[in-house]
Design a protein around this ligand. Sequence first.
Ligand code: HEC
Ligand code: HEC
Ligand code: HEC
Ligand code: HEC
Ligand code: HEC
Length: 248
Amino acid sequence: MANIFPRYSNLIPIKIAICVVALALLVVVSFSYYATPKSTRVGYMPDQPIPYDHELHVKQLGLDCRLCHSFVEESGHANVPTADRCWTCHQHVKTDSEKLVPLRRAIDKSYEGYTGDPVKWVRVHKSPDYVFFNHSAHLNRGISCVSCHGQVNEMRTVFQAKDHSMGFCLDCHRAPEKHLRPLEEVFNLEYTAKNYVETHPEFAQQLLAFNPEFDVAASEKDVQETVGSFIKQHHSVQPKESCATCHR
Ligand code: HEC
Ligand code: HEC
Ligand code: HEC
Ligand code: HEC
Ligand code: HEC
């Protein structure tokens, strides 16, 4: 029997099905975006086996993050350092400190309590297993540790400063210009956009060419947005928002 309906009408049920699926996804997403508690993990600050102090080692002694977190630039996962990293200094400095006993147990063969067991650092940040995250993809595009971990350089004990919810990730994927900075400043937790522009006259010229209304004397927030927008365009930074970016 001849088909009395025009051929394209066969697509209608498929279109409806697609709409229903899309709608269901939207409900799930808006629910997870707006209804999940945002602050459950913020402030989490577990006791560590050694009271290692970032404020002292980073801010006062001036050590670079990569000295200890040596994988962040090349790999998806960051790492915490092994005992030998600490031992390069602490075989000479504060050797008899009570606080360093777990370190000596791990590495100092001349110490009577030596066991060789690694220091058992307690993990602070942990995404659910169904989330795909990658450190190097962010650092190599101009996003600093500070955007996701806060002022670690001022923490005497590390705690979770930002909630790593889906909304947190998406806020930046939608507007990365609020965070993008020149690559050489990614590990500098004391960076400000204003200070960078003031000390880099050639870069300031580029910004003026990019946006003739640019004014260094504007607020930090405004200067950062111009710097970020420039970098975004110049390096075509385009964080994705599709589900498969972070759920694969
Ligand atoms: C001398 C070594 C050293 C340096 C330098 C260092 N860290 Fe750490 N970092 C550690 C150790 C050890 C831990 C694990 C113990 C802890 O959480 O305090 C750690 C933990 C962390 C954590 C928490 C990891 C987790 O479990 O979720 C973050 C985030 C972090 N560091 C960021 C930074 C940043 C950013 C810098 C540079 C500004 C930096 N660190 C410099 C040794 C270092
Ligand atoms: C570049 C050298 C250097 C490295 C690497 C280093 N430290 Fe230190 N650390 C120091 C110095 C310097 C002090 C301050 C000593 C003082 O107060 O006189 C110190 C102080 C400390 C103290 C305080 C000790 C006390 O009794 O007051 C602890 C605990 C400590 N470090 C742990 C660590 C751990 C754990 C690591 C490895 C993750 C590490 N340090 C890596 C140089 C270093
Ligand atoms: C775009 C956000 C973002 C940036 C930028 C970022 N981190 Fe992380 N970091 C995370 C998230 C999310 C986790 C938890 C990852 C997981 O559970 O797989 C994490 C975990 C860590 C951990 C624990 C070990 C691990 O890989 O799970 C360390 C250490 C760490 N970050 C250090 C750093 C340092 C140092 C920098 C800067 C050089 C940095 N991070 C920059 C989001 C970020
Ligand atoms: C402060 C800004 C910022 C935050 C916060 C942020 N991202 Fe990103 N993300 C970016 C930028 C910028 C890129 C790089 C885009 C590009 O290369 O064009 C990126 C890229 C990615 C990529 C792509 C990596 C690849 O292999 O292509 C993944 C996956 C990702 N982000 C996951 C996350 C997750 C999960 C979170 C939250 C835990 C998060 N991001 C939080 C800015 C951010
Ligand atoms: C930039 C990264 C990123 C993108 C893109 C993203 N998500 Fe997520 N999503 C996350 C993170 C991170 C979490 C974990 C939140 C947490 O731990 O609280 C999450 C959690 C979820 C959850 C669980 C929510 C809950 O309350 O437990 C669902 C469902 C989800 N995402 C669906 C989606 C869908 C559908 C899309 C596409 C429209 C999407 N996500 C796109 C990062 C992302």
